[in-house]
Design a protein around this ligand. Structure first.
Ligand code: TXA
Ligand code: MG
Length: 324
């Protein structure tokens, strides 16, 4: 595997060629790092699943360089989906649409739908457009971590997790720290009204005049059981340490809270974000550091009632879901 920092135009060209030839390329996006494979190359996609240890049948997101590319992958696209794409792409939004013939079972988990997104990161966008110029159709990219574990927001995280599984011609592109730090908002556009399957920084309810059928509450997810999406698989985004959300920190606990909140006696301060947005950005890196320090548990103090605060809470709840 080649780890490339200070990525140049030439490096991106080389990486797009590597993808086109069936190798894996981990690349930065504004949300988290993705582990890319050509979306029409079954062999490459299978290896991506193996490297991540991701169960077969858990569908992946197709990444493309521009909104027009969705017509390759999807059919019967409703107007509201086009509007969402127009408003938020490139950006941290994923749309689930009825699939075209191009989207095969090996990327959709056998479902009749496909997830698609245009990421907003200069390296990702250049990589995708160069790949498309070569004749590639799209790049599937799950978060570049081991399945079920904390997503990577830096290239070194990808290296830590996947280095032993990647092969000689695979590449990791280092594009610095992911600006947003949590995965994209996923919206299903399969029915009359959009449905949020995974929350993220974008909160279309507040910014978009759409009637949303929003079932964020897990208990309310009946009708959704036919869909495979994050959260339907139990524990996710999890560090080794136990997460104590809004509880009282014990001595020796890691402690993550806004800068304004003092560290409880005996707790070990891990990070002090300045805002809720910053909280999202540092969250995964902080959880990884808790594990590096081999702490048994980490207390996360999260008091805000804002959208972003709820998104962070959603991720932490999934991360603390107990294995049974
Ligand atoms: O921000 C992101 O979305 C990152 C970056 C790399 O783009 N990617 C990411 O991929 O988070 P992943 O594979 O870790 O999560 C994708 C989620 C999965 O939980 C999957 O269930 C859901 O997207 N998904 C994919 N295809 C779907 C489909 N056809 N229907 C419903 N959910 C789908
Ligand atoms: Mg993931």
């Amino acid at each position: 595997m080649k780890f490339i920092s200070d990525v140049t135009e030439k490096d991106i060209e080389r990486a797009s060629q590597a993808l086109f030839e069936g190798n894996l390329v981990a690349f930065p996006t504004e949300t988290v790092y993705g582990l890319g494979a050509s979306a029409t190359d079954e062999k490459a996609v299978n290896r991506m699943y193996e490297v991540k240890g991701r169960p077969k049948g858990h569908p992946v997101i197709v990444h493309v360089s521009s909104p027009e590319r969705i017509y390759d992958w999807a059919i019967a696209i409703p107007d509201f989906a086009l509007e969402l794409g127009k408003k938020y792409w490139p950006g941290p939004l994923t749309l689930v649409l009825k699939r075209s013939d191009l989207a095969k079972d090996f990327i959709t988990g056998g479902q009749d739908s496909v997830a698609i997104r245009v990421p907003n990161h200069p390296i990702a966008l250049k990589l995708l457009s160069k790949f498309e110029i070569l004749g590639g159709k799209g790049v599937v990219a799950p978060s570049a971590n081991l399945f079920g574990r904390v997503s990577p927001t830096e290239a070194s995280h990808v290296n830590d997790d996947l280095n032993t599984f990647l092969e000689e011609n695979d590449i990791i592109l280092d594009g610095g720290v992911s600006e947003i730090g949590i995965e994209s908002t996923i919206i299903s556009c399969l029915d009359q009204t959009p449905l949020v399957l995974r929350s993220g920084l974008i909160d279309p309810k507040s910014q978009f005049s759409l009637e949303f059928s929003l079932e964020q509450d897990d208990s309310n997810r009946t009708g959704l059981s036919r869909l495979k999406f994050s959260g339907n698989f139990g524990r996710h985004y999890a560090p080794n340490a136990e997460i104590n959300l809004n509880g009282i920190a014990k001595p020796g606990d890691g402690f993550i809270a806004l800068r304004s909140i003092p560290t409880p006696l005996g707790a070990i301060r891990i990070s002090s974000p300045d805002s809720e947005k910053d909280f999202a950005k540092i969250l995964y890196e902080s959880l990884r550091r808790v594990d590096c320090l081999k702490l048994k548990s980490v207390t996360v103090q999260l008091e805000g009632k804002s959208h972003i605060s709820k998104v962070i809470e959603d991720r932490l709840k999934k991360a603390s879901f107990k294995k049974t």
